[in-house]
Write a protein that binds this ligand. Structure first.
Ligand code: PLP
Length: 374
C-alpha cells in the first residue's frame, strides 16, 4: 500500500524568467520546446510508499549510470492540457481520466500506482505556480507532461525496481493546426507498434522507441505519419502515429463517425473517448468497430467514407487527406479537411476553452477568474 502524503512542499525559484522573456516565448511557443519555471517531483520507495513530494525550480536531475530505467526502460507518461478560459480562469481537461490511464499503464509495467489525489495535487500545484505560462490565445494551451520511471540502482533483472520518481513538467503549446492542411498516413506492413498481450494499451516510452523506425519509413515514403495496422494480419487499422483515427461516413445530417474499437493493442485516447461522447451533442452518431485497409479503400472509392482525421491531446484533431501503401493510394475527401472534421474539432476545443457548455463536467478549474474591482 502506498502512504500517499498529499502535501507538496513548495520550493519556488528565486530566478523565474522575466515577464518579457516569457512573453517572447508565448508569442511562438511551438511544441515541447520551452518549459515553465517549476516542476513537481515525488519519490516512491517500496515499503514507504509515495513521499518527499515537492514543487521545485525546473532543471536537470542527476542519476546513477546503473539506474534501472536507463537499461530496462520501465517508464510511463501522460499528456494533458490546461486551457485559459474566456473569464481568465485556468482549467484542465479531464485530468482524472489521465490519472486513471496512468494507473493502468503503471499496472501493466509493474510499477506502483500514483493515487489520483496526488496526481491531481501535482497538477494543481504546478499550474497554480506557473499560471502566467498558460497562454491567452485560444489556439494555445499549457501542455502538461506527467511521467514516472524506475530509479533503483543496479542491473538485476529478475524483478521490477523498488524505487521510482514521478515528475510533472509543463510546456506552453502553440497551435498545431493550419487551416486546410491535411496529413498523409503510411500504411506500413514491415513493423508493428503493438501486439495482443503487449504494451500497446500502456502509455510507455518503449512504445515510442519501437515506433521511430516506422515513422522514419513513413517520412521516406513521402508521408507525414505511420498508420499502424494490427500485428497478426496486418490488415486492420489501429491508429496513426500518436493519434487515434476516425472516419466520417456520409455527410450533412447523415454523417456518422467511426473509429477502430479498443482491441487491447490500441492506446485508449482521452480525445478519442471525448469525441465519441461529444459527437452526440452535435447529433452525430459514433460507432466503434473493425476496419481493414481493403474496406477503407472500397469505402473511400465508393464515396461512403467522406473524411478522416486523427485525434490526440496535442493537436486535438488532425485532418487526414489520404493513406498510401506500397501498392495503394487512397484519397479521402479530395485530400481536403472536411466539414464534419472541422465541426467536431471546434466543438471539442469549445468545451476545452469554456466557450461550449461543459455538460459532462470535464473541466477541472485550477486557477479562478481574476476578481475585477471597479
Ligand atoms: C497518447 C496517445 C494517443 C492519444 O491519446 P490522448 O489521450 O487523446 O492524447 C493515441 N495513440 C498513442 C499511441 C498515444 O501515445
Amino acid at each position: 500500500m502506498s502512504t500517499s502524503a498529499t502535501t507538496i512542499e513548495l520550493k519556488s525559484t528565486t530566478e523565474p524568467l522575466s515577464a518579457a522573456e516569457r512573453s517572447a516565448i508565448l508569442a511562438d511557443p511551438k511544441f515541447g520546446q520551452y518549459f515553465t519555471d517549476h516542476m513537481v517531483v515525488i519519490r516512491y520507495t517500496e515499503g514507504r510508499g509515495w513521499h518527499s513530494a515537492e514543487l521545485r525550480p525546473y532543471g536537470p536531475i542527476e542519476i546513477d549510470p546503473a539506474t534501472s530505467v536507463l537499461h530496462y526502460g520501465q517508464e510511463i507518461f501522460e499528456g494533458l492540457k490546461a486551457y485559459r478560459q474566456a473569464d481568465g480562469s485556468v482549467a484542465c481537461f479531464r485530468p482524472e481520466a489521465n490519472a486513471q490511464r496512468m494507473a493502468n499503464s503503471a499496472v501493466r509495467m509493474a510499477m506502483p500506482v500514483l493515487p489520483e489525489e496526488l496526481f491531481l495535487a501535482a497538477i494543481d500545484a504546478l499550474v497554480t505556480q506557473d499560471a502566467a505560462w498558460v497562454p491567452e490565445d485560444p489556439e494555445q494551451s499549457l501542455y502538461l507532461r506527467p511521467f514516472m520511471f524506475s530509479t533503483e540502482v543496479g542491473l538485476g533483472v529478475n524483478r521490477p525496481s523498488a524505487e521510482y520518481l514521478f515528475m510533472l513538467i509543463a510546456s506552453p503549446a502553440g497551435s498545431y493546426f493550419s487551416a486546410g492542411k491535411t496529413v498523409t498516413a503510411w500504411l506500413g506492413t514491415d513493423y508493428v507498434r503493438a501486439a495482443p498481450g503487449g504494451t500497446g494499451e500502456a502509455k510507455c516510452g518503449g512504445n515510442y522507441a519501437a515506433s521511430f523506425l516506422a515513422q522514419a519509413q513513413a517520412v521516406a515514403e513521402g508521408c507525414d505519419q505511420v498508420c499502424w495496422l494490427d500485428a497478426i494480419e496486418r490488415k486492420y487499422i489501429e491508429e496513426m502515429g500518436s493519434n487515434n483515427v476516425f472516419f466520417v461516413y456520409g455527410s450533412g445530417a447523415e454523417a456518422k463517425l467511426f473509429t477502430p474499437k479498443l482491441s487491447g493493442s490500441l492506446l485508449p485516447g482521452i480525445t478519442r473517448d471525448s469525441l465519441l461522447q461529444a459527437a452526440a451533442d452535435l447529433g452525430i452518431p459514433a460507432e466503434e468497430g473493425l476496419i481493414s485497409v481493403d474496406e477503407l479503400r472500397e469505402h473511400a472509392e465508393s464515396g461512403a467514407i467522406t473524411e478522416a482525421f486523427g485525434s490526440g491531446t496535442a493537436a486535438v484533431v488532425t485532418p487526414i487527406g489520404g493513406f498510401r501503401g506500397k501498392e495503394s493510394e487512397i484519397v479521402i475527401g479530395g485530400g481536403k479537411a472536411g466539414p464534419v472534421t472541422m465541426r467536431v474539432r471546434e466543438h471539442l476545443l469549445g468545451i476545452q476553452h469554456g466557450d461550449v457548455a461543459d455538460s459532462r463536467g470535464w473541466l477541472h478549474t485550477i486557477v479562478p477568474a481574476p476578481v475585477h474591482t471597479a
